[in-house]
Design a protein around this ligand. Sequence first.
Ligand code: NAD
Length: 497
Amino acid sequence: MTETIAFTADSLTFDVLSPATGAVVGTFPSHTADDVAATVERARSAAVWWAGLSFAQRAKGLARWRSEIVRGTDELVELINSEMGKPVSDAKLELAMALEHLAWGGKNAAKVLGPRSVPSSLLTINQAASVEFPPLGVVGVIGPWNYPVFTPLSSLSFALAAGNAVVFKPSEFTPGVGAWLVAAFQRAVPEHPVLQVVTGGAETGAALCRSGVDKIGFTGSTATGKKVMAACSESLTPVLMECGGKDALIVDADADIEAAADAAVWGGLSNAGQTCLAVERVYVHEAVYDAFVTEVVKRAKAIRAGTDNGSKIGPITMPSQVDVILRHVTDALERGGRALIGGLDTIDRQFVQPTILVDVPEDSLAVTEETFGPTLTVAKVADMDEAIDRVNASRYGLGATVFSRARGVEIARRLRVGGVAINAFVAYATIPSLPLGGVGQSGFGRVHGPEGLKEFTYAKAISRQRFPSPLALTTFARTERTDAIAGALVKLLHGRN
Ligand code: NAD
């Protein structure tokens, strides 16, 4: 598919290449800073119109967008497949998850963000108090390519449900998917350009950061996140940072080993390991280590990277990522690790076969850095305390998975990560009412759930005096008697502990 977004500026273009074949599958403009500024300008007036609608009216628009996406599923999944290589059936799964969150955002915005009365205090008893969450205005969303629908939609749909206009810069690897989503929204809400797309690489993204938007919702690597923050700091533009991870799966001695192995293989290898929440490291109780490794290897042997019907995973999307994977696997093997399946010989152009590594030192790249390929390191631990320490030793803190019959919740609470799934892989990311996000180098802020809606608003406090205070404190007419009563009250309220 070759689709060019019409644009007035004489911007250069860039090609999108199929990661499977290298063929050109699309050509798009590299939007300049002027293009971005003009887009944000148009968004300003659209934002006023959109914010002026009721929550219910916006929810209707978002519901129509959902239907447009469902109607266009076949076209959209083909586009995902051609631009980033994900198998079509996995692309359908991605769409299904994204639609759940889109629906939740639209339906719950009024309840989460609408005006709400809150209690006043004894000293402010004459005031009625309420809080509400107005939209910020125009939000810029910068997205990655690995889940080109699910990931940006998390920010897009929540920013829109909260009443913002949005300018979206999809990854330069998946601009067609981004443009498709925006075109679908514009069919659903044709009145004003409430959601627009700009395409291009780092320079277009940086221009969006400097365009005066009221917030940037960024999802991508930690390294780029730091550049986005630096650019946004120039204008004190707030940022939401959804960055990289090095998620672990923990297997306790009493775990269901088959289920844990299945989750490790799916969590580590699906989407060719190109998932921010992918299982990249596994820590297994020594009592079940051998049985677990046997199960993992058995399952992983059935998975092959390719493009034919029998292959369950596709190519590595970014050519440069193959070098990262090679470097991590080489480092692991040179430092005493062993590849039980896969390894260096099984990497062919952008196709990386499943690689299960054991005996890898904890300070090697395959354990400390995001690999973003279909690789797993599996390590033996003496007990769950050691497993928890090793998980928490990472500078990342996105998510984790725990397999344990008796101690799942206890272990989950001790992990320093944004989300934990017990006895299933990343279930928390698919439950619409739960927030998603990380700590440490995985970022900050949240998408999904009530926290995700509030992320694209500001808290506004309103107080209304119902009657004059019997204890007038904030006036120069305050008397000594008032001071004495206030002093006694303060002692009574706060001084008795
Ligand atoms: P990336 O950091 O290379 O690019 C992300 C986006 O930032 C792209 O749109 C890119 O064009 C843009 N960009 C690049 N340089 C920029 C700059 N200087 N200023 C502004 N924008 C700039 O990431 P990627 O390779 O597209 O995505 C993979 C990464 O995303 C992985 O690290 C993965 O873990 C992470 N990710 C995180 C989550 C999450 O929820 N935490 C979800 C999906 C992906």
